[in-house]
Design a protein around this ligand. Structure first.
Ligand code: MD3
Ligand code: FE
Length: 213
């Protein structure tokens, strides 16, 4: 996949938190959406549920790669198979593996690509930490596609002060070093801000190393 030649990522002031605005150009975004649509035929998006209560989330999810992140009454965990079809997740699209190799600065490939699907005004993700991975020293790489959103990032305790950023289609974030354990969430999407996805909405891809290499 071709990426824009962005020499300098945006300085966020947060160590290990690197934002590459519009790293993916329009053609790369289109190609990625096409690859995701193809994969999603084998791994249909489903609505995750909260541990214990089974309360449904406002977003849908699916995964690519040898492992996929799932949430239901039994808790948060990584699984090698789709919860509804029982089939292995489809492979991570090659263009995403290339992107990881180029900018994650990590010696082993990602094992999971979690796809979050935000549709409508109600779609959001509460403040949380990502710590279900044994390889917590590996970064998380995030790609935003479609409508822009308001992304919130805090500190290392839930009550710490937060800042918010707008993330737009084609933006790539690398969350590494100490920032890997910052609280973060999505307040809302901004409907009508992109025409990339038919019918509107936002996709977020997170590439993750789960096991220690
Ligand atoms: C900051 N997804 O899937 S991606 C998630 O846009 C998740 O769907 C959001 O949080 C989304 O867990 C945000 C950006 C992101 C991902 C992981 C992080 C930011 C992070 C880990 C630590 C700090
Ligand atoms: Fe997260």
């Amino acid at each position: 996949m071709k990426e824009r030649a962005v020499a300098l990522p945006v300085e966020t002031g947060l160590e290990g938190f690197i934002l590459y605005p519009a790293l993916l150009d329009g053609a790369a975004q289109e190609a990625l959406v096409a690859a995701l649509r193809e994969g999603a035929r084998k791994a249909p998006p489903y609505r995750p549920r909260m541990p214990r209560t089974g309360q449904p989330w406002s977003i849908m999810q699916t995964n690519f790669g040898p492992l996929g992140w799932v949430s239901d009454e039994r808790g948060y965990r990584y699984e090698p198979r789709h919860p509804l079809t029982g089939e292995p997740w489809p492979p991570i699209p090659a263009m995403l593996l290339d992107l990881w190799a180029r900018i994650a600065r990590w010696p082993a490939p990602p094992e999971a690509c979690l796809v979050n699907i935000y549709r409508g005004e109600k779609a959001k993700m509460g403040l949380h930490q990502d710590r279900d991975e044994a390889a917590l020293d590996a970064p998380v790489l995030s790609v935003s596609l479609g409508d822009s959103c308001i992304f919130r990032v805090g500190g290392f305790a839930r009550g710490d002060r937060t800042r918010s950023f707008r993330l737009a289609s084609g933006d790539v974030l690398v969350l590494g070093g100490p920032s890997r354990l910052r609280f973060h969430g999505i307040d809302r999407i901004i409907p009508g801000s992109s025409s990339l996805i038919e019918g509107g909405g936002r996709l977020n891809l997170t590439l993750r190393r789960v096991t220690k290499p």
